[in-house]
Design a protein around this ligand. Structure first.
Ligand SMILES: *[C@@H]1O[C@H](CO)[C@@H](O)[C@H](O)[C@H]1NC(C)=O
Ligand SMILES: *[C@@H]1O[C@H](CO)[C@@H](O)[C@H](O)[C@H]1NC(C)=O
Length: 312
């Protein structure tokens, strides 16, 4: 998302770790989390789609127990013995996690807002047509989306990854021309079960420990997820996962995945390390975005990295 659509300052001080997943079928009742910011966002101009009411915000307790079979398979995969390209891990993601309803659903007409990240990335790609993006987190697939612009204006396709189950439901409803996954990107090289919590402001983030309010979610390495959609060439990767950016980037085998441009939210991360890591991977920092516009609930603090040697 590249944009801090949620309350950044709340997150800054927290010891948070990362993103999620689950099959939409398994929901329990609404849990009344604080989501003032969500409700407020629904009043922002440029959003045609109704946001869920407070009562409508369904948070699953835990996706796993509702399907013992899937839970058991996942547990057998969630071990450090597994490699990122483990065929069983990749097949599990392909079968149970990735959704692709593109052939079946009509496209919707969206309210298009070009985020500051999308402005920069569009310039870099010189309005290239038919590219491929990945966006994590995808949020609701529309508001503050860094990638919808490319889908609508330049016929790109892509892959949206969103951990938060209620955002994910909304995202699916947008009928984006994308693969989608209600999933967490792992900060380890193998699948892992991690607790996540809903933050004040309606956002979710991986928690460093299990608490009475935390829920379990399944995380997968980014590379495993890309293998599951048979894709190793990505034009634009938008990474905004509330503090896990550096950890996620460290897991990515940049020699095996060809990613031309990344926007990475830096506001919850060690900026020096982030820049150093990307430099070591052969990227050049092309732009630092620092944009705040509370009137449209848009906050963007992103680095745009371009892979050396890419011909646009
Ligand atoms: C990826 O390739 C595998 C094996 O060729 C195939 O079974 C699968 O359907 C493909 N998946 C997608 C998402 O295209
Ligand atoms: C990438 O390009 C930048 C800017 O041209 C240059 O300073 C840097 O040394 C290059 N890095 C690699 C690994 O080639």
């Amino acid at each position: 998302m590249g944009s801090c659509t949620r309350n950044c300052s709340t997150l800054l001080g927290s010891s948070i770790v990362f993103v999620t997943l689950l099959s939409i079928a398994h929901y329990m009742g609404a849990v009344d989390f604080t989501n003032d910011a969500l409700i407020k966002k629904s009043e922002t101009p440029g959003c045609s789609h109704d946001m869920p009411s407070r009562q409508g915000r369904h948070i699953p307790r835990d996706m796993l127990p509702s399907d013992r079979g899937i839970a058991d398979i996942f547990r057998s995969l969630a071990t450090s013995e597994r490699e990122q390209d483990d065929p069983e891990v990749v097949q599990f993601i392909r079968d149970e996690i990735i959704e692709d309803r593109r052939p079946f659903l009509p496209k919707m007409s969206y309210n298009l807002y070009q985020t500051p990240q999308a402005v920069e990335v569009e310039k870099i790609f010189k309005k290239k047509k038919n590219g491929f993006f990945v966006e994590a987190g995808g949020l609701d697939g529309e508001r503050s989306s860094n990638t919808i612009w490319f889908e609508k204006k330049h016929a790109w396709k892509g892959f949206l990854i969103e951990m938060d189950p209620s955002y994910y439901l909304q995202l699916r409803g947008k009928n984006r021309h994308c693969y989608t996954a209600n999933a967490c990107i792992s900060s380890t090289n193998f699948p892992a079960m991690v607790p996540f919590v809903e933050m004040r402001g309606g956002n979710t983030a991986i928690s460093s420990k299990v608490t009475k309010n935390s829920l379990d979610t399944m995380c997968f390495p980014f590379y495993s997820m890309m293998l599951a959609i048979n894709r190793t060439k990505i034009d634009y990767f938008s990474l905004d996962v509330e503090g896990q950016e550096l950890a996620v980037l460290k897991t990515i085998p940049f020699d095996k995945l060809d990613i031309s441009v990344l926007s990475v939210e830096y506001v919850h991360t060690d900026k020096v390390q982030l820049k150093k890591l990307m430099q070591n991977k052969g990227y050049t920092l092309s732009k630092t975005i620092s944009y705040e516009n509370p009137s449209i609930a848009q906050w963007s603090y992103d680095y745009i990295f371009v892979k050396n040697g890419t011909v646009f």
